[in-house]
Design a protein around this ligand. Sequence first.
Ligand code: SF4
Ligand code: SF4
Length: 203
Amino acid sequence: MVKRVFEKPLSLMERVLFLDFMKGLSITIRQAFKRTITTHYPYEKLKPPKRFRGFFGHKVINGKEPQPAFTEWVERFKIAVEPGKSRCVVCLLCKRACPVPQLFEIEGEKLPDGKRRVSIFNMNMMLCTFCGFCVDACPVDCLFQSDIHETASYSRKDAVLDLSTLEKIGKDWQNRREDEPDRIWADDNARMRLWYENSPKLG
Ligand code: SF4
Ligand code: SF4
């Protein structure tokens, strides 16, 4: 047999003074005067942490390459070392690690002196899941994910990152953030601003 549940009827006082409505309104008013935990994006933008996994870039040769891995791979594949250019040694490990390898188009070219360098490196961001496998696979810390998170574009063509764009993103990120300490949050003020109000009150 189905048990019927009836709502408790409102008392005369509750009906006359709109007590339920007033209770709800009091919560709204209390919250309206509390410190906000949101930002007024796009007018107010937080600086993402250094480890943020945003748009991709190629770090360029600037003397801070991981050693001895970089030198070993350069010698193994006879790569030309050109300061200010991509660190890529055309090993294709990023493409092999990617669950959607067809988003990569990578080619190398031979120079007159017999050395090689990367000539084509396209990444189609429309197919990318931002899983980061390709970054983990790169043996020379070339391919990385930057702090760029505004990635919308007006055309499909703009969603393909080519070699010069990747190098540009890499150079810019290296100038701004390469020497910054590796930490989850960009700065304590941003962290406190966002999370202090929500942190558990212990003791
Ligand atoms: S982040 Fe993942 S899906 Fe995107 S290119 Fe790298 S490995 Fe492929
Ligand atoms: S794994 Fe790194 S070095 Fe190898 S092809 Fe990809 S970006 Fe270049």
